[in-house]
Design a protein around this ligand. Structure first.
Ligand code: ADP
Ligand code: PAZ
Ligand code: K
Length: 238
């Protein structure tokens, strides 16, 4: 049985896979990583495969909780039928590379991969397996927090997402939605323009995927734990 771990900047997501099925999964905040040791001790785990974009303290806590040595995965130049066009893959968050690898498994055609977590990342992958690159933006919570912190008047709850906001709370909610979804839709349009083909698929994952989905133009597919799926793929090949 394999333990797969995706350590993001807000939460650690994990899952167990026995070679055929996903058996268990969970998510904890950084403060609760130590509680995972007792959970994982209940399973016959043979190997542990993990990706982290979090702090050294988080990776150390995961190594302490894991029942086997952790095999840390990093972004690569090539693999799984994908060529990474990032100038320096060692600079890139492993979660981004793994989401793209998983997208390659799920979609045969051109695809935009949006991971809505602490940050929003938006990746462009062609049918030929060219991962062209991607965007990094503040995620939904960070965007609102930065406005609350950096201004005198915007520390308030967001309202409704509407076309023409006529109050501060609606303006905040709608601004965040347009920034996040606008970035995704612009990337989707650029990918279509650069390939000259029909519409690209959109895969959406991360803790805010359900929040963003209603604001995005269809068609789109929400995939839970895309990064863990990419980890499983890499673990199988290693
Ligand atoms: N149970 C939860 N705990 C924390 N954040 C959550 C939860 N459910 C949804 N979210 C949302 O998901 C975001 C974090 O998504 P996640 O994919 O876990 O991020 P990361 O990979 O950066 O750790 C938060 O900013 C929050 O808006
Ligand atoms: C962009 C990220 C902050 C996203 O992190 P997350 O929202 O998943 O916590 C992370 O992938 C990261 O730190 N990347 C390094 C820089 C890069 O990918 O170019
Ligand atoms: K992300």
């Amino acid at each position: 049985m394999k333990l797969l771990i995706d350590a993001g900047n807000t939460r650690v997501k994990w899952a167990l896979h026995d070679g055929r099925d996903w058996l268990a999964q969970g998510a904890v905040t950084h403060a609760d990583i130590a509680t995972l040791a007792a959970v994982w001790a209940g399973y016959p785990i043979r190997s542990v495969h993990a990706a982290s974009v979090a702090s050294a303290a988080v990776t150390a806590a995961l190594e302490a909780a894991a029942p086997q040595p952790v095999q840390w995965v990093r972004s690569q130049r090539d693999g799984g039928g994908v060529r990474n066009r990032y100038r320096d893959p060692s600079e890139q968050g492993a979660d981004r590379w793994l989401a793209v690898l998983a997208a390659r498994e799920l979609c045969a055609g051109d695809v935009v991969v949006a991971c809505a977590g602490t940050a929003l990342t938006v990746e462009a992958l062609t049918a030929e397996g060219d991962y062209l690159g991607g965007l990094i933006l503040p995620g939904h919570a960070l965007m609102l927090e930065s406005l609350a912190r950096g201004t005198a008047n915007l520390n308030r709850m967001p309202g409704q997402v509407v076309a023409f906001p006529q109050g501060t709370q609606d303006a905040l909610a709608s601004g965040a939605a347009d920034a996040l979804c606008g970035a995704i839709e612009r990337m989707r349009r650029r990918l279509v323009e650069s390939t000259g083909r029909g519409p690209a698929e959109l895969l959406l994952t991360g803790g805010d995927a359900e929040r963003l989905a209603p604001w995005l133009a269809a068609p789109l597919r929400i995939v839970d734990n895309l990064v863990l799926m990419g980890l499983l793929k890499m673990a199988g090949e290693s």
